[in-house]
Design a protein around this ligand. Structure first.
Ligand SMILES: [Mg+2]
Length: 340
């Protein structure tokens, strides 16, 4: 297995609950299957995966990629597992001369809607950002909430709904900022706004609290950060979510997401796939996984624009709020273009 490291600066530092992110560092790996090369990417993210050093050590310890996946030797290093699993899937799809999405499912989507993220800002800027996204073709907005007082967030959500009309889907992502009482109050106050869902209103461990919110309110509940601390099967068993936000990098690879998705389907729960602000290889992996899932939800894949540069040209840029799934074999990217 060949391993190459990379580092990409963000255009602007991104403030998250676990600190500012200024650059994304990780590893590209190449594996061979029956004479066909496949590529994968490991881009660890603090709070979601192992550290960069642990990721490198795990990748260095892989002698036989196929065996490493089959024996679950990389279970504790999801970013490393993601790279190896994706590279194997890419190599096999290239060998079989089929796009990756078509190797995952029989009738994959050829194009997917993606959401535009609207960051925390005062109401006027929030409305302006939302209107700009809709003008650019997005029909799904994800508003960051939870950073200011709840009255201000409720005003922002209401103003955006009034500005963009009823045809645009609106999600609110609180990143676990609220306690049960606060979440209860906000959900009651926005019940008429027809939000697609509120994502992670409560802290990650609060599965029971999310289940209570689901029972008490009509607005659907999505879990994101919870999946970094509890296994997805537990989240499903707790009836804590209408939607699971799945990050292939954090779950350990495309195969893991497909497994969660089939369990979720049996529980009547939808999946939204998102990146962890990855380079083009992992973004394409997430796109192919999302394309293999049923349903029409928008996914959180429009993150290329956050990066100042990339490891190779992007064959699936966002256009009109959508991404087209590459039709060439595998991921749709030439391994040599990435590895040189
Ligand atoms: Mg989220």
């Amino acid at each position: 297995m060949r391993i190459r490291n990379f580092a990409l600066d963000l255009r602007q530092p991104l403030t998250t609950a676990t600190g500012d992110i200024e650059r994304r560092e990780g590893f590209l790996v190449a594996v061979d299957v029956d004479g066909h090369t496949g590529i994968g990417e490991a881009t660890p993210l603090p709070g979601w995966t192992e550290s960069l050093d642990d990721c490198r050590a795990a990748l260095d310890g892989v002698d036989h990629p196929k065996t490493a996946i089959e024996t679950d030797a990389l279970a504790d290093t999801p970013a490393a597992r993601h790279a190896v699993s994706l590279a194997l899937a890419d190599a096999r799809a290239r060998r079989d001369d089929t796009p990756l999405a078509a190797s995952f499912a029989s009738n994959p989507h050829t194009s997917l809607p993606v959401n535009s993220t609207v960051g925390d800002a005062p109401v006027e800027q929030t409305v302006e950002a939302a209107e700009n996204a809709v003008s650019a073709g997005f029909d799904c907005l994800k508003l960051k909430v939870g950073a200011r007082d709840t009255g201000a967030d409720i005003t922002r959500l209401r103003a955006v709904r009034e500005a963009v009309g009823d045809d645009v889907s609106i999600r609110a992502d609180a990143n676990g900022a609220w306690d049960r009482w606060t979440a209860d109050r906000v959900l009651a106050a926005i019940s008429d706004l027809d939000l697609e869902y509120v994502e992670q209103p409560l802290p990650a461990e609060e599965l029971a609290g999310h289940a209570v919110l689901r029972r008490r309110h009509d607005t659907p509940i999505a879990l994101d950060e919870s999946l970094a601390s509890v296994p997805p099967v537990r989240a499903l068993a707790s009836n804590a979510a209408d939607v699971l936000v799945c990050k292939p990098m954090a779950l350990g690879g495309p195969d893991r997401v497909l497994d969660v998705a089939s369990r979720a389907r049996n529980a009547g729960v939808d999946i939204v796939v998102t990146t962890t602000i990855d380079a083009v290889v992992a973004r394409l992996g997430a796109l192919h996984v999302a394309a293999a899932l049923p349903g029409e939800r928008a996914h959180g894949l429009a993150t290329a624009s956050l990066l100042d540069s990339d490891v190779a040209a992007d064959p699936a840029p966002v256009r009109d709020g959508k991404m087209s799934v590459p039709e060439s074999p595998g991921l749709g990217i030439d391994p040599d273009a990435v590895l040189d």
